[in-house]
Design a binder for this molecule. Structure first.
Ligand code: MZP
Length: 497
């Protein structure tokens, strides 16, 4: 027996200290792009997402509809494996059948962003969109994205004036150096100019002639056209992988993930080895869940493409009460992240870490990212939205969505919990979460908050944030006081004060 010399800590036991915020450190410059699967240190991950949020491998969460909505805002869903192979394949196909559109505002680019990075970031971009670089070539610096016909696509917001710097083309020498986007539009229409605006995030950086646009469009088609469908992940288990994996790969699943409450097992190793033997590096498979360095290393050495952290912290989870197994999410994450970095230093291979479960507030996501998580898996958060598959119910005038754990009797997910036949005891509960509206609105708000936190901490990329975040543990007394203050504030809001 060994007793660790630590207290197991949760994410809400930490706060962030502000770092120096420079002039360049603005929300527009914050890039939330993150790697999903393993890659050599210093190279790009072959799968990256623009929003570091993925949806839980759960019946009540990851439906095709939610997967499309989440891919649209730059995240990734994992359709659940607790269903017959044919049904899960249909879920993957349903996502893949959707033709991907995109929102310009979700594509966060900086002047230094290369076209290659943009192509990664877009991943699923629709055919009729052109990527524009400063010299029109694949090596050129990325300037913006233009829609084929819909010029108005780029009128940001609802008629608000976006101040923008315009790099005038020769043909437009009369343009002042700084004009608003609406002025630019007026000028274009008034002069019947045959041009389209090019944006860098929200800023107009140049205008491009329509005849050049044709060239750009051709170029775009050549470079990113083969990937014009939404990305989707799929859960697998360590029992029927020999049948499930080939069916999911065939259906077009982009990333697989072993779904287990305890991933530190030889069964996961065997499943990963199956994928490697059969597909080499072409199929990506994550593993987990784990809560310490030993388990991370075991799965990383087995070839996992990412490792998921979290046991017992899920909002619907009672594993700790039933089996006495688990670890505070912050302690688990910090231990695993340290091992991820040690493994990268030793082997030159970076294996991303996903923080899974138990994040109840948006700021917990910021704390998890500051602790070194590459991306975050959420169940309760997504279960509250319109796009989640569960029923919306009204109780005493308030709307809720049903949300149940995969360890509950209702889910009967025997493979995830290592049961045979019917589950013999529950590790999850069946309940309700307050309905919260549309996924796009909520994820938009979360992104805004994450960016605001990173700006306060002086970070513009998640890598900066990992390296430079300063965290402090809060005392029990200060934690209690915070919650008491929140309660007081809520009471005064309720009382109309
Ligand atoms: P949360 O976002 O609702 O807090 O947690 C979601 C995570 O909890 C899932 O991704 C999964 O790892 C875990 N989970 C799912 N079902 C159960 C259960 O029934 C569970 N115990 O712990």
């Amino acid at each position: 027996m060994k007793i660790l010399d630590e207290t197991s800590r949760t994410l809400n036991e930490f706060l962030l200290l502000p770092g120096l915020t420079t002039e360049e450190c603005t929300p527009d410059n914050v890039d939330l792009t993150t790697p999903v699967v393993r890659h050599r240190v210093g190279e790009q991950s072959p799968v990256r997402i623009a929003t570091p949020l993925v949806s839980a491998i759960m019946q009540a969460v990851s439906s095709p509809r939610l997967a499309v909505a989440l891919a649209e805002v730059g995240g990734l869903s994992f359709v659940h494996q607790n269903q017959p192979i044919g049904a899960q394949v249909e879920d993957v196909r349903a996502v893949k059948r959707h033709k991907a559109g995109f929102r310009t505002s979700e594509i966060n680019v900086k002047p230094s962003t290369t076209l290659g990075e943009v192509a990664q970031l877009l991943g699923d971009v629709d055919q009729g969109v052109a990527v524009v670089t400063d010299d029109g070539s694949a090596e050129g610096r990325f300037l913006g994205i233009i829609g084929p016909d819909d010029f108005h696509l780029h009128r940001h917001g609802s008629g608000e004036v976006v101040t923008a710097r315009m790099r005038a083309y020769d043909e437009l020498t009369t343009a002042p150096a700084t004009i608003s986007l609406s002025d630019a539009n007026e000028m274009i229409w008034a002069n019947r100019l045959d041009v389209l605006p090019v944006l860098d995030g929200d800023r107009l950086v140049s205008l491009v002639l329509k005849r050049d646009y044709q060239a750009h469009k051709t170029f775009h088609n050549a470079s990113v056209d083969s990937r014009k469908r939404f990305r989707v992940g799929a859960g697998i288990n360590s029992r029927d992988y020999a049948d499930r994996v080939p069916a999911l790969v065939e259906a077009g699943a982009d990333v697989l993930c072993l779904d287990s409450s305890d991933g530190y097992s030889v069964y996961q190793k065997k499943a990963i080895e199956f994928v490697r033997d059969r597909y080499g590096e072409k199929v990506f498979v994550g593993a987990g869940n784990v809560v310490d360095a030993r388990a991370f290393r075991y799965l990383a050495e087995a070839g996992a493409d990412f490792v998921k952290v979290g046991i017992g912290g899920g909002s619907i989870c009672i594993t700790r009460d039933q089996k006495g197994i688990g670890r505070g999410q912050a302690s688990a994450l910090i231990d695993v992240v340290r091992e991820r970095d040690a493994y990268a230093a030793e082997t030159g291979m970076y294996v991303p870490v996903c923080c899974d479960g138990g994040l109840l507030a948006d700021y917990h996501m910021a704390i998890a990212l500051a602790c070194g998580a590459d991306f975050i898996m959420l169940g309760r958060y997504f279960a509250r939205f319109d796009e989640a598959p569960s029923r919306k119910v009204r109780v005493e005038g308030q709307f809720f969505k049903e949300y149940w754990g995969e360890g509950s009797r209702r889910a009967q997910n025997a493979a995830r919990y290592g049961h045979t036949g019917e589950i013999s005891f529950e590790e999850g509960v069946d309940g309700f979460v307050p309905y919260a509206g549309s996924l796009a609105d909520n994820v938009g708000l979360t992104r805004t908050k994450l960016k605001a936190t990173m700006v306060s901490c002086g970070a513009t990329t998640l890598r900066d944030f990992h390296e430079n975040a300063v965290l402090v543990q809060v005392s029990e007394r200060s934690y209690e006081q915070n919650t008491a203050e929140v309660r007081l504030r809520k009471r005064s809001v309720d009382a109309g004060e």
